[in-house]
Design a protein around this ligand. Structure first.
Ligand SMILES: [Zn+2]
Length: 190
């Protein structure tokens, strides 16, 4: 028997800049001695409806449905401690320092929630509006006669392989030559 809608924890399903911030949050928390776990990323309307029926959220999907939000929890001895607000606060502060909005600051507190919407309302987001995303550090490909993406360089800058591939395919579909250089200097077209 199916029990509930599937919960996605895949960071790669977030908008690339949000995925970058999510990975950065994990990394920064780790540096400060805090292990965190991402418990949800992209959400379907079906799951939102389920959440709503349980009385835990609005009927219509918000930033979670558009790759603009994720939920994360701090771990203590490998386990989630929902009652340790200090750890959530620490995680929230780190997230905010990276430019994320934290649900722990809301009137209706949502401590695991982070989003990047830059003031857009849920309605605007549902109508297809997206915030302006700054460039991802290390993402800008070198330019000369043709636009090239050195996929290996992107990967070297901490980006996920999936993202590098998506970006490469995107540019390729726009007519750019996309390739990477192997460590022994061979050119491989993507
Ligand atoms: Zn959330």
């Amino acid at each position: 028997m199916e029990v509930g809608e599937k919960v996605s924890r895949d960071i790669n399903l977030l908008k690339p800049y949000v995925a970058y911030l999510c990975n950065k949050l994990i990394e920064e928390c780790k540096k400060q001695g805090l292990t965190i776990q991402v418990i949800e990323t992209l959400r379907t309307q079906a799951r939102q409806t389920e959440i709503h029926k349980a009385g835990n959220g609005p009927a219509l999907i918000g930033p979670h449905g558009y790759g603009l939000a994720f939920d994360a929890v701090p771990l203590k001895n490998g386990k989630i401690d929902w009652k340790d607000y200090t750890l959530f606060k620490k995680m929230g502060a780190i997230g905010k320092s990276l430019g994320l909005e934290w649900g722990g600051d809301w009137k209706s507190v949502d401590c695991p929630h982070f989003q990047y919407v830059k003031g857009l309302t849920d309605t605007q987001i549902r109508n297809g509006k997206l915030p302006n995303f700054p460039p991802i550090p290390g993402e800008t490909p070198p330019l000369d006669k043709q636009y090239r993406v050195y996929v290996s360089k992107l990967l070297g800058n901490g980006l996920t392989e999936t993202y590098a591939k998506t970006k490469a395919q995107q540019l390729k579909s726009q007519g750019y030559e996309v390739y990477y250089i192997t460590p022994d200097g061979k050119k491989v077209n993507v």
